[in-house]
Ligand binder design. Sequence first.
Ligand code: GDP
Ligand code: MG
Length: 446
Amino acid sequence: NLTQRLAKVVKTMRGEARLTEANTAEMLREVRLALLEADVALPAVREFVARVKEKALGEEVVGSLTPGQALVGVVHDELAAIMGADLGPEATQLNFATQPPAVILMAGLQGAGKTTTVGKLAKYLREQKKKKVLTVSTDVYRPAAIGQLQTVSAQVGADFFPSQPDQKPVDIALAALDHARRQFADVLIIDTAGRLGIDEAMMQEISALHKAAKPIETLFVVDAMLGQDAINTARAFNEALPLTGIVLTKLDGDARGGAALSVRHITGKPIKFAGVAEKLDGLEAFDPQRMANRILGMGDIVALVEEARKGVDIEAAQDLAQKIKGGGKFDLNDFKAQLSQMKKMGGLSNMMDKLPAQFQQAANGANMDQAEKQVRRMEGIINSMTPAERSKPELIKASRKRRIATGAGVPVQEVNRMLAQFEQMQSMMKKLKGGGMMKMMRSMKG
Ligand code: GDP
Ligand code: MG
């Protein structure tokens, strides 16, 4: 899966400070493959990868673990943006700004979930928006489909407008509209027939329905399992009708949901709702962030990137790693930086068990409250030292120790203990060298 793939690439990109053509090429190839695997249509994949590339190139890798993870961040943010994150939450709202009844026209292939979604919408509008809802079916080709809508409407307590045999779809819609006006319905939802494939006659029919009923919302209902074909279906409906939104159904299945990206690519219209169950309460406002995670299957990596963004000061850790690799000595300034780093990462208690054994021994089985207090005291001791003492700890002999202890308000033994712990860490650093240092920081975060 993509998470594993990207993790592999992320590793190879370690230690570079900027995203470049060269170090992103492999990663972008993986993103492309993952999107194709998720059944996103090729033109949508191409557009997306180009967008990511443009955003990523030259981006500095500040505060992130590696350029690879910075790129994962860009991929995720761009995907969420394309899914509609930049449209804001209002994008999922239905428009009612019209003289009632507000007409909602449902469009889509047979089996997409139109009739079920009418029931779900009616339930949502009645219960959440306190609307009086009337439903009508223009699916004159399948009497069973009309019966299905009648049943569903009864289940959610919506009024249902029955049609006469031999009535034409447009006439049914107009009669329902007239009825809705006289009954003071707030909303009229028009369910329509669908074919198994795109079909000219059907497109003309729904286009005529649109002209007659003048809906304020024209929702394109599309099955998330549709895969590559989603792009052709979306194109046909988008050309025949001025769509106002999309309903993505069957997201409770195991489809990755690549159809969402294809449909957004073609229509540019907001995905307003997600169908997440056969049951009539299985309708949710569409969540672009969650969809982005689902398509890329990258929840883990995203979590890691988020952590990296707010957590460890990687630059400082890298500087230290560099210094030690280059033969520099780990001094008390570094020790102090390490201590404050620990505090930043959520306190000792949070991370003590992730630290190397030497550290755990240093904590000496004390409880964590005490350990945290001790860290603060250690910092107090280091603060009482002169800069020279911090960078050359071997200067600290008996008389200096007494002065430092007095300054920090602790007994001399505590200064000795702190220096012993520091030496322990210093020798550990020597063993770890550069790469190991980063590894340790990372394991501490984990
Ligand atoms: P229509 O032909 O477009 O009207 O599609 P239907 O509403 O009749 O739905 C076709 C099938 O898909 C039915 O078996 C529905 O129960 C099922 N269905 C619709 N929406 C969802 C959904 O969000 N999740 C699941 N699991 N099934 C759904
Ligand atoms: Mg139907």
